[in-house]
Design a protein around this ligand. Structure first.
Ligand code: MG
Ligand code: FE
Length: 171
């Protein structure tokens, strides 16, 4: 299919939204990682995914540059604020680690859907230069979602054990 202006616009908007989504991801993960004490494996994996996310942002910025578009900082700011608020909402509850685990799993799956959709638009609009970067981002989200899925039982059991031991308030 030809590089019509409508498809190009859908693609550019999708890339800008993905850029905002990744900044939101950082604003969700960073406060979490700074608070974790009792779940070092979760903290390590979040730190790793924070670094991956910074790479994802760089890839998206490069794609937007190749399309001669700069990213939308206004939209990013609004979404980042929402993310920070979402993370803060869990901090007062004793089961913060569980709620964050559910929210992180949901967020990774949101990201997976976004990159699958972007790959489809890239195909429709004829933007093959974007495929490899988007596939890399998608793969990292799928790996993170799988890790969270695999780790949910471990986190839940540790939470229950710590509560038994009277450590309920610690993340
Ligand atoms: Mg991401
Ligand atoms: Fe992610």
């Amino acid at each position: 299919m030809a590089d019509t202006s409508a498809t190009r616009e859908i693609f550019v908007t999708g890339l800008k939204n993905a850029h905002a989504m990744e900044n939101q991801a950082l604003s969700i993960m960073k406060p979490q990682v700074s608070r974790i004490e009792n779940y070092p494996e979760v903290a390590r994996r979040l730190e790793e995914h924070i670094r991956e996310t910074e790479g994802q942002i760089a890839r998206l910025e490069e794609l937007l540059q190749q399309l001669d578009e700069s990213h939308s900082s206004m939209k990013d700011m609004a979404l980042s604020f929402t993310g920070a608020m979402a993370a803060m909402g869990h901090t007062m509850a004793g089961d913060e680690i569980l709620k964050n685990s559910f929210a992180n799993f949901a967020f990774e799956n949101f990201e997976i859907a976004a990159y699958k959709s972007l790959l489809t638009v890239a195909e429709l609009g004829g933007f093959p230069f974007a495929t490899s970067a988007l596939q890399t981002n998608l793969q990292e989200e799928q790996n993170m979602a799988r890790w969270l899925d695999d780790n949910l039982r471990t986190v839940t059991m540790r939470f229950a054990n710590l509560r038994e031991a009277g450590e309920s308030a610690k993340v």
